[in-house]
Every structure is written in structure tokens, then in C-alpha cells.
Design a protein around this ligand. Structure first.
Ligand code: ADP
Ligand code: MG
Length: 260
């Protein structure tokens, strides 16, 4: 049974999509069965895996047109993708009238959970209904934090949202971990931010830190994760290390090849 991990931070540009694409691809290389569910209407995870952003059926059809989840999933060399679409932006409004609207994604992913070790949900930069659906579908939350000014801003809102979801909608939800992104070891700022985040989340920040690396920003334009675009880059090595760390934390439940 898959572990479902939502990648959440309501700030844009902190590395959610980059982490989703590359962590998933690295886990796949380690032998895990992975699905990425692109839950951001911008569909950058979809194109980051080399899948057409206008691909149909997609997550919108699964949520609102009753399409079976497995029919919308596409297999790629780097892992399976449940593509997003621009139409997902309007789904929030369309879902308001629906029964159990917070659980639409959960019900969709449950259909395929047996087939994977990990399902990652790439969330949009907000805490509204789409992200709420992701939090209801997830076992855990992975929070990328950019090593920049105001890194911690908004994280208390995120944590209180998770607490509310835990109380009312998804009692089992837990924090998977916090990953520091775009770290620049040459600047005091990056180091200070890293220390501050570790103080705020004792024991919950990954030892692996993702450096600022231009290869990570180039890879999506080739429709590839960085491990395929430039496997020896610092960005690729970092996401491989993060995948290893995450897998070790989750042993033996989801160890590569550990179960079938
Ligand atoms: P989010 O999904 O949180 O909005 P993205 O993953 O799309 O954030 O990252 C925002 C921008 O920063 C993108 O252009 C991405 O390529 C770039 N980026 C992300 N992580 C890194 C990194 N470690 N080094 C260099 N550029 C990065
Ligand atoms: Mg994104």
C-alpha cells in the first residue's frame, strides 16, 4: 500500500515542484514504485516529467467527470504521472456543491494505492480547497522551505491548517519532514535560515539540504528530472541523497523491493 506524501507550502517558488519531480524520480531509480499526482493547475510537475500539459484525461476528469484514476495515469521512464490541467483551477468552485468535497482526491488515489510504494502530491501555492483535498488524501506532509528571507513566514499558518485537518478531517496525518531548498553555502543568510528552521522543527529537518543548482532549473525545459538531465550535478546528487534518507526513515514499510 502506497504512502501518500503531500508536498505543501502555500508560498510559491519555494521548490515544491522541483522537489516533487526529482525526489520521485530518484526514488524510482532506487527501485520504488512511484506516482506523482500533479495537483497544481500550472501543471509544472506534469511537464517536468515530459508529459504534455494538455494531456487528457487528467486529474480534473478524475475529480469531476468520474474518470477512473488508472485511465488518467501515464507511465514515463521516471515514474508514473497523474497529469494536471488548467481546468483544475476552476475545480475549486465546481467542487463546492459536491458531497464529501474534501475527500475527492483521497477517493481517487485510493483506487491505485496498491500499485505504488509512494504517491507524491504536488500542491498549488495556497491553502484552499485543492490543498485541503491533498491534506485529506495524504499520510504525511513534506514541506520545502527556501533558504531565503522570510522562510518561516506562513509556516505557522500551514501548521495550524494541518492541525485543523488532523482534528476534523484526517486524524492520521503527520509531518514527513522539512527540506531546505536553494541553499547557498556561500552566504550567511542561507546558513542562518537553515539554523532557524532547525530550531523551529527540531528533529524534523532532513540532513540532506538541496543546494541552489542551475541544473535543477534547466532540467524542466527538457521535460526531464535532473537525474536524467545531468546525473552528476550537485542537484541530482542532493535529490538522490534525499530519496535515500526518506526511504531509510520509512524502512521497512516502503524499502525498495522490500515488499511485493
Ligand atoms: P514551487 O513549486 O514551490 O512554486 P518550484 O519548484 O517551481 O517552486 O521552483 C521555483 C523556481 O526555482 C523554478 O524556476 C525552479 O526551477 C527553481 N528552483 C527550484 N529549486 C531550485 C534549486 N535548488 N536550485 C536552482 N533553482 C531552483
Ligand atoms: Mg509548483
Amino acid at each position: 500500500m502506497a504512502k501518500t506524501i503531500a508536498i505543501v507550502n502555500q508560498k510559491g517558488g519555494v521548490g515544491k515542484t522541483t522537489t516533487c519531480v526529482n525526489l520521485a524520480a530518484s526514488l524510482k531509480r532506487l527501485g520504488c514504485r512511484v506516482l506523482v499526482c500533479d495537483f497544481d493547475p500550472q501543471a509544472n510537475t506534469t511537464s517536468g516529467f515530459g508529459v504534455d500539459k494538455t494531456s487528457s484525461p487528467n486529474i480534473y476528469d478524475v475529480l469531476l467527470n468520474g474518470t477512473e484514476t488508472s485511465r488518467a495515469i501515464l507511465s514515463t521512464t521516471y515514474g508514473d504521472v497523474l497529469p494536471s490541467s488548467k481546468g483544475l483551477a476552476g475545480a475549486t468552485i465546481e467542487m463546492i456543491a459536491l458531497d464529501r468535497r474534501e475527500y475527492r482526491l483521497r477517493e481517487a488515489l485510493e483506487q491505485v494505492a496498491e500499485q505504488y510504494d509512494y504517491i507524491f502530491i504536488d500542491c498549488p501555492p495556497s491553502l484552499e480547497l485543492l490543498t485541503l483535498n491533498a491534506l485529506c488524501a495524504a499520510d504525511t506532509v513534506l514541506v520545502p522551505v527556501q533558504c531565503e528571507y522570510y522562510a518561516l513566514e506562513g509556516l505557522s499558518d500551514l501548521l495550524s491548517t494541518i492541525r485543523i485537518v488532523k482534528r476534523s478531517l484526517n486524524p492520521a496525518i503527520a509531518l514527513e519532514g522539512v527540506v531546505l531548498t536553494m541553499y547557498d553555502g556561500r552566504t550567511n543568510l542561507s546558513m542562518q535560515v537553515a539554523e532557524e528552521v532547525k530550531r523551529h522543527f527540531p528533529g524534523q529537518v532532513y540532513a540532506t539540504v538541496i543546494p541552489r543548482n542551475v541544473r535543477l532549473s534547466e532540467a524542466p525545459s527538457y521535460g526531464k528530472p535532473v537525474c536524467a538531465y545531468d546525473p552528476y550535478s550537485r542537484g541530482a546528487e542532493a535529490y538522490d541523497a534525499l530519496a535515500q534518507e526518506l526511504m531509510e526513515q520509512n524502512q521497512p514499510a516502503a524499502a525498495a523491493g522490500g515488499k511485493d
